[in-house]
Design a protein around this ligand. Sequence first.
Ligand code: MEV
Length: 445
Amino acid sequence: MQEKTVTGFSKLSKLGKIRWVAENFFSSPRQVVEELKSFWHEDEDQQRVLDAFSENTLSNFYLPYGVAPNFVINGRVYTVPMVIEESSVVAAASSAAKFWMSRGGFHAQVLSTKKLGQVHFSWEGDIQLLRDRFKELEQRLRRDAAPITANMEKRGGGILDIELLDMSLLEPNYHQLKVSFETCDSMGANFINSVLEEFGNSLQLFVEEHIDEDKPLEIIMAILSNFTPECLVRAWVECPVEELGNVCEGMEPAIFAEKFAKAVRIARIDPYRATTHNKGIFNGIDAVVLATGNDFRAIEAGGHTYAARDGQYRSLSSCEIKNDIFKFWIDIPLALGTVGGLTKLHPIARRSLELLGSPSATELMEVIAVTGLAQNFAAVRSLVTTGIQKGHMKMHLKNILNHLGATVGEMEDVIEHFEDRVVSFKAVREYLDLLRSGGLTYTAK
Ligand code: MEV
């Protein structure tokens, strides 16, 4: 295909953009234009809101929005909204929620809520001179940023600590202001970045005016960190081993518990397994983060760094069997917001928060950590008992049928047929071929 470039694309109307893309990259441009238009929101105002979330918007990309009911968390029942494109994730979360509902439910506790940001700078001067006047510098930084922090302070948040770090052993002349923040119910990215950029300006002026005007300080960058190990939540489940019951036919609860704990230990010691184990956790976490209009890339990045905090990438969850009590838990940093960002702008994110009872950011941290743990419990439970394919392929069956262009009637028939059979793409296609060739009696009404 010939490579295409364009100038002034962002200035084109939405239809103009669609046409350019359709005409330059597709063999059936008219059909593509109609297809993309068909996913526009019928309400123009709503569409305008959605378009404003990004740039060069052509259409909307749909993903399923589902719910997992029966989550008992700290004694309260939640129906958890989830946006996910993978079959069996919502079913798994729901099944884990139901399982733990009769075993004391889930527990969760926010351990800390600090967010972090950094001003990275280069300075050839003697860092000790800056250290000696750090109290003065700190006052100046706080004073200059006061117009930005005033509102957040009224809400109970603001700047917490400011530290000066000498990083010059790692990179010549490189230093840092490391700043911690409390951002209450907002994720706080814009607030933090605005404060940090202001700090950068003030720092530069302070050095010029009070320390050494001949050695100018260069701001390399000022930005929040998505690694927030002190914005941490713990979620856990526990019950006597006996109460785990008959998780899998023919497997004693004690055997199940030991096998489960071993599987979690393997994910602690082996990064290959840890990655997949944590991917399962993020199946649940990302789904709720998305459904509530939060930033799943930030959550993923921070979570994975936390998983590697001792130098090796490890499982985010842990399991222990002590005095015949089975305990399974997760500690995870989650920098979330329930105000600001898309949380109130995205029409469905707004409904998700309402569905959760309009939680504070800390309550949302608890719900999301629990959903990750539930997802992990369901995945590891399947892995150490039946294997995941049995359940997964059952849930995936409708995708296979859609892929094969099955009618509603054929779907009903095939789903019934595979009720107690192993699903595979080949088996479904063969059965459907047989059905279509008249080799089978068509049973659906
Ligand atoms: C699939 O999306 C997630 C799992 O692979 C997670 C795991 O292996 O623990 C089932």
